[in-house]
Design a protein around this ligand. Structure first.
Ligand SMILES: [Zn+2]
Length: 183
């Protein structure tokens, strides 16, 4: 008998296609592998799972291979993580709306998918980011990111990753194994 899954955690990967404004830990990680190579490693085993990819729109033009790779997996859903990786609380409402609208259009055009959600970078959110999202036609989504919380939580389990650190790659692999475990 096949093991029946009773929970289907929402899995999200952030910083997809990011090409500017890197943190020091990202720059350290990129000394050994490119962002795209990290992404491929992090998404290994997840090709048939409906993961959410939170995309940074300003990296689309400079990463055509990465875009093409993502489009190979029809279960993956792309959503918006910003035009660039900034703290949108510190951007004016007017400029934020402009950037998010541009990001939504760019992502939709590149992936032939409708983009409905905005996941603010570092989950830094406020009334300003909420307003920016609304006016750009996006739903702002703030999700708790405590690792393995979904194992204890009987409500809506979810998990999010950055693909570019060894720790997160290991966590993704572990969860992937648990989900695919057979008796
Ligand atoms: Zn991010």
């Amino acid at each position: 008998m096949e093991y029946q899954l009773i929970i289907h955690p929402r899995i999200r990967i952030d910083d997809v296609l990011q090409s500017t404004r890197f943190s020091s830990s990202q720059l350290e990680a990129f000394k050994t592998m490119s962002p795209f190579e990290w992404f491929k490693l992090g998404s290994e085993g997840w090709q048939d799972y409906p993961i959410i990819l939170a995309v940074i729109a300003d990296g689309i033009d400079s990463n055509p291979e990465w875009v093409k790779y993502i489009k190979n997996f029809p279960k993956w859903r792309v959503e918006c993580h910003g035009w660039d990786h900034r703290d949108y609380r510190k951007t004016s409402i007017e400029e934020g709306v402009e950037l998010l609208k541009r990001a939504k259009d760019k992502i939709e055009h590149a992936f032939d998918q409708e983009v409905k959600e905005f996941y603010p970078p570092w989950m830094r959110h406020s009334e300003v980011t909420k307003k920016q999202s609304e006016l750009a036609g996006l739903k702002e989504v703030i999700e708790d990111n405590i690792p393995n919380r979904w194992l204890l939580d009987t409500n809506t389990p979810h998990f999010y990753f950055h693909y570019w650190s060894k720790l997160h790659i290991d966590q993704m692999e572990n969860i992937c194994h648990l989900l695919q475990e057979k008796p």
